[in-house]
Write a protein of this length. Structure first.
Length: 162
């Protein structure tokens, strides 16, 4: 008799624990679902903002491409680099044009790198590159921002002053 009462009590306790566990799991699932909905909403908002920003930057680049000879030469140099199979570095005059645009729109090396990435994106929107050339072009434009072409640029500027 006592064994039967203990069994009934045990079964009741197990049932209550299971019900409590099920309620906790349901609350966790609801919290995760709500967090996922909020996360997805935030992602969509950020993607929309990023798309609008990219569109504005592209329009700005289109205007500069038509209005600024240096900007046009810089973009054309990047396109040539990105589409030419055997080209592995910029000519000094090309690097000078790219550096000039970077300095026009960015003060620090970090800002100039960002401008360089924007130039590459715009150039690639005009003439697509393959994946390997994309990475190589981005790296080489980064080298211009980092000053690795400065000595070449200075040497042609000195020659022009003579």
């Amino acid at each position: 008799m006592q064994s039967r009462l203990l069994t009934i009590e045990r079964d009741k306790a197990v049932r209550q624990l299971q019900e409590q566990k099920d309620r906790e799991q349901q609350r966790i699932n609801q919290a995760v679902s709500q967090a996922t909905v909020e996360k997805d909403k935030t992602i969509r908002l950020l993607q929309s903002t990023l798309k609008a920003s990219r569109h504005i930057l592209s329009l700005f680049a289109d205007m500069l491409y038509k209005a600024s000879e240096v900007f046009k030469r810089a973009i054309d140099a990047i396109i040539h680099f990105g589409t030419e199979r055997h080209k592995s570095f910029f000519a000094p005059s090309e690097a000078a044009d790219i550096k000039s645009v970077m300095q026009e729109y960015g003060e620090t090396t970090e800002q100039q790198n960002a401008v360089g990435a924007w130039l590459c994106d715009y150039a690639e929107s005009r003439q697509p590159f393959d994946e390997i050339k994309h990475r190589h072009t981005l790296k080489e434009v980064g080298d211009v921002a980092e000053g690795k072409y400065d000595w070449k640029i200075e040497s042609i500027q000195q020659r022009l002053q003579r």
